[in-house]
Design a protein. Sequence first.
Length: 362
Amino acid sequence: MKRYLVLEDGTVYKGEAFGADCQTTGEVVFTTGMTGYQEAVTDQSFANQILVFTNPLIGNYGVNLDDYESLQPNCRGVVCREVARVSDSWRKQDTFDNFLKQMNIPGIKGIDTRALTKKLRVHGTMKGSLIDPVDDLKHAFDQLHATVISDRVVAQVSTKRPYPNPGSNRNIVLVDFGAKHSILRELAKRDCNTIVVPYNTTAEQILALKPDGVMLSNGPGDPKSVPSAIEMVKEIEKHLPLFGICLGHQIFALANGADTYKMKFGHRGFNHPVREIATGRINFTSQNHGYAVKPESVDTNELIITHREINDNTVEGLRHKRYPAFTVQFHPDAAPGPHDADDLFDDFMHMIDHRKEGKSNA
């Protein structure tokens, strides 16, 4: 069965259909990871996006329950050069094709993903549609141009009600802007008693839970689309240790007077080198974001830039000068990707313990 990928600039890629039997429209982005396709598709940061895999072969080790980053992904579609005809792994429970069918996500294979990625790098991300073959494409392009791809999607992917991830150690509130399961896994490794709350939970509601610390999760879209979260952070950082990841990092920056902007094609993959400025240490990191913090907007009286991306020098980490609060643009939880920076979770634990010790001594 044939399928077309059409882009808003008029380009048409003809390939073969796989995954769900449906048509879709989204923002076309690319990821450079060689593995981790299941984690990528189920990462809520890809909500409303059609995901292009630059690795030429996808699906060779199948999918399994352990690698979900969310149970109801909002990725709009998948683009591959080749999908493995046979997949095998001792962990495999299903094929990538069947997985996409179950998740109602359409895919296209057999196109030149290298040429497509080059186009996105030169011209930036753009709208696209996966459609059934037609003789006259004018209607498809008219529909594509008329479709608005919203960057206001946090409400769509966040939990609607609080829920616990029980533990017996530190009490953590995780604000869910589209949180990956891997963040919960890292907190569970440290035996944290975690309560996951919706994106629009107020500072007053969070403080009423008596947490030892607050985490701001990753998520999709424009950080300026969640003004209530910005106001919440302004208050929470005065009272509790705070650690933000990805979208949480951007919201923290906005809460402290900095500004954000939409990148040309973003950072998506897990081979991004990041330098910690204080030590010179370089970590290879997992990233998935289309927005970044403007470095010139950072108020150096309030914030310290702690990390920079080596390739384009974008801001990758911030720390507050007066409050016990820090954030990173990358994913120390990885999944997929390297665990070079997972010690940041330990830093957060130490920050919490130090504050508790200070209060007890007082």
